[in-house]
Ligand binder design. Structure first.
Ligand code: AHR
Length: 506
C-alpha cells in the first residue's frame, strides 16, 4: 500500500492558472474548421467561432491561448490578417501542408475568440522573417489607446478600444524553424526586439517571453541567459519575464521524426516507453530551472513550457502536414503526469501550453464537420482545473513502487496537491500501471478528521481506449467513489491506467 503524506500547513508556491494553457497555430484544422468556421457557416457560431468548441473550452477553464504559431509565427505578417476579408492577402502555408492561408482569421478574430473564451492573450511575434518595426507596430495596433498610425488603423478596421495583450513571444524556436540562429545571435536579437515592446498602458505591462531551449539543450538556456539576463537591471528582470521550453514526447523511435508511432495502435512496451519519455519533463524542468536559478535565484523569470505533448504519426489517410492524431488513455496519463510535474514546480513554471488545442497533435477536442468530440486529454484538463490559482501543498508519496522495466521504468503514481482560496484541497493522481490498482493511505498533518470528500472524478480505460465520432464517450469523466474516510485521512483505491481528482473540504 502506498502512503501519501500531505502537509496542509506548508503552502508552497501559487499554481499559475496559465500552467493549464493551450496553443493554437495556423496548422491543419486547428484554427480553420476547429475554432473558426466564419459567420456564414451552417455550424452554429458567434462571430465565426464555433459555439460547441467555445462552450467546452470555457467549461474546461482555458486560462490562456497562444497564437499564431509555432513555426507559422516566424512567417506570419500580421498586416496580412487585418481589414476587409476579401482584400486580405492569400499565402502558402509552407510549413504545414502547403495549403492556401487566406488570412480570414487574424488579429481581430483572435482577440474576439479570447473575449468569448474569457482567457488571457499570448501572441507570438515574428523574428525569423520579420522586423523590429513590424513587431512594435503590432503591439501598438493591439494596445495603444491614443492617436497614432496603428491605433488609427485599428479604429478604421472597426475596433475603437485597444485590447489587452498579456504575453508576447519574441520569435519561436529560433534555434530551428525560426531562423536557425545560434544562441548568442538570437540573444542579441532578443535584446533589441524586446526594447520596442512598449508598455502603452502603464498599468498593464506585457509579459515578454524569450525563446528558450529545445528539450535538453542546456547550452541554449545558459548562453541566452548570459546575454539577456543582467542582474544590474533588476527592475527589467534582465530584459525578460519568461523563458520558453519546448519538449515533445515521441512514443517510438527517439529523435526519429519519420517514425513516431501510431496514436492508437501500440504495444504495452511502447505504452510504458511513452510515459517514461513524457516523465522526462521532470528532469528538463529541474535542470533548466537550476541554470535559471544561477542567474535569477529569486525566480522572477517564469519558465514557459509553451509547447509540449505527445507527437505521433498522423491518422492514416490524412494530410501528413496537418498533424491530425487520435488521443487515448495513454495521452490522458501523459497529460496527468506532466501537469502534476508542473504543479510541483510551480515556483518556476509559470505557464505551459499543450500542443495543440484542436485537431492537431495532443488535442483536447477533435472535429469532423459539425461534429465535435472531447478527448481523454480534455477530461484531464477539466479534472485538474481546480489547481488553477491554488497554493501548492507540500506532499510526499512513499512505497508506491514502479512500473515498466529497464530504461522504461517510472514511478507507478504521480501526484500533486493544492489548496484553493476556500480551503478546498485538490489531490490529483495518475496510476501508470496497466495491471494493478493501488491502495493509497492519505494522511494530512492538520485537522485530518474534519475533512470530507466534496467532489471526486476519474478517467480510466484500456491503454488505447479513445473516443470517436461514432462512439464519443468511451473515455469520459466519471464519478470516483473508491474513497473511504479513515482516522487521520482517507484510503483511496485508484484503478490501473487511470487519472483521478479528489477534492476534500472541512
Ligand atoms: O506544434 C507543431 C510545431 O512544433 C510548432 O509549429 C513548432 O514550434 C514545433 O516544432
Amino acid at each position: 500500500m502506498a502512503k501519501l503524506f500531505i502537509n496542509n500547513e506548508n503552502k508552497k508556491s501559487t499554481i499559475a492558472p496559465e500552467i493549464y494553457g493551450h496553443f493554437s497555430e495556423h496548422l491543419g484544422r486547428c484554427i480553420y474548421e476547429g475554432l473558426y468556421v466564419g459567420e456564414d457557416s451552417d455550424i452554429p457560431n458567434t462571430n465565426g467561432m464555433r459555439n460547441d468548441v467555445v462552450s467546452a473550452l470555457k467549461e474546461m477553464k482555458i486560462p490562456v491561448l497562444r497564437w499564431p504559431g509555432g513555426c507559422f509565427a516566424d512567417e506570419y505578417h500580421w498586416m496580412d490578417g487585418i481589414g476587409p476579408k476579401n482584400k486580405r492577402k492569400k499565402m502558402i502555408n509552407t510549413h504545414w501542408g502547403g495549403v492556401i492561408e487566406d488570412n480570414s482569421f487574424g488579429t481581430h478574430e483572435y482577440f474576439e475568440l479570447c473575449r468569448q473564451l474569457g482567457c488571457k492573450t499570448y501572441v507570438n511575434a515574428n523574428v525569423g522573417s520579420g522586423t523590429v518595426r513590424e513587431m512594435s507596430e503590432w503591439v501598438e495596433y493591439i494596445t495603444f489607446n491614443g492617436v497614432s498610425p496603428m491605433a488609427d488603423l485599428r479604429k478604421e478596421n472597426g475596433h475603437e478600444e485597444p485590447w489587452k495583450l498579456d504575453y508576447i513571444g519574441v520569435g519561436n524556436e529560433n534555434w530551428g524553424c525560426g531562423g536557425n540562429m545560434r544562441p548568442q545571435y538570437y540573444a542579441d536579437e532578443y535584446r533589441r526586439y524586446q526594447t520596442y515592446i512598449r508598455n502603452y498602458d502603464g498599468n498593464a505591462p506585457i509579459t515578454r517571453i524569450c525563446c528558450g531551449a529545445n528539450s535538453h539543450d542546456y547550452d541554449w538556456t545558459r548562453k541566452v541567459l548570459e546575454t539577456c539576463f543582467e542582474a544590474s537591471y533588476p527592475h527589467l528582470h534582465g530584459h525578460m519575464d519568461g523563458l520558453s521550453l519546448h519538449y515533445y514526447t515521441l512514443p517510438e523511435t527517439e529523435g526519429d521524426w519519420n517514425f513516431k508511432g501510431s496514436a492508437t495502435d501500440f504495444t504495452e512496451e511502447v505504452f510504458y516507453q511513452t510515459l517514461k519519455r513524457g516523465s522526462f519533463m521532470e528532469e528538463l524542468v529541474t535542470k533548466h530551472g537550476n541554470i535559471m536559478d544561477e542567474f535569477d535565484p529569486e525566480k522572477k523569470i517564469g519558465m514557459m513550457v509553451d509547447e509540449w505533448g505527445i507527437w505521433t504519426d498522423v491518422e492514416p489517410g490524412t494530410n501528413p502536414g496537418f498533424l491530425y492524431q487520435q488521443n487515448t488513455m495513454r495521452d490522458a496519463l501523459v497529460a496527468g503526469i506532466t501537469l502534476n510535474i508542473f504543479n510541483n514546480h510551480s515556483d518556476r513554471v509559470k505557464m505551459a501550453n499543450i500542443a495543440q488545442l484542436i485537431n492537431v497533435l495532443q488535442s483536447v477536442m477533435l472535429t469532423d464537420g459539425e461534429k465535435m468530440i472531447k478527448t481523454p486529454t480534455y477530461h484531464v484538463f477539466k479534472m485538474y482545473a481546480a489547481h488553477q490559482g491554488a497554493q501548492l501543498l507540500s506532499s510526499e508519496l512513499l512505497e508506491a513502487g514502479t512500473v515498466g522495466s529497464d530504461k522504461n521504468e517510472l514511478a507507478k503514481i504521480y501526484e500533486s496537491v493544492s489548496e484553493d482560496k476556500d480551503g478546498v484541497i485538490t489531490i490529483t493522481l495518475t496510476n501508470n500501471s496497466l495491471e494493478a490498482a493501488e491502495d493509497i493511505d492519505v494522511s494530512l498533518t492538520k485537522d485530518a478528521d474534519s475533512y470530507n470528500v466534496c467532489e471526486a472524478s476519474i478517467v480510466k480505460g484500456t491503454m488505447n481506449a479513445h473516443n470517436t465520432f461514432e462512439a464519443p464517450e468511451v473515455v469520459k469523466e466519471e464519478k470516483f467513489d473508491a474513497i473511504q474516510k479513515v482516522h487521520g485521512g482517507f484510503k483511496i483505491t485508484i484503478p490501473a491506467c487511470s487519472v483521478a481528482s479528489i477534492r476534500i473540504k472541512k
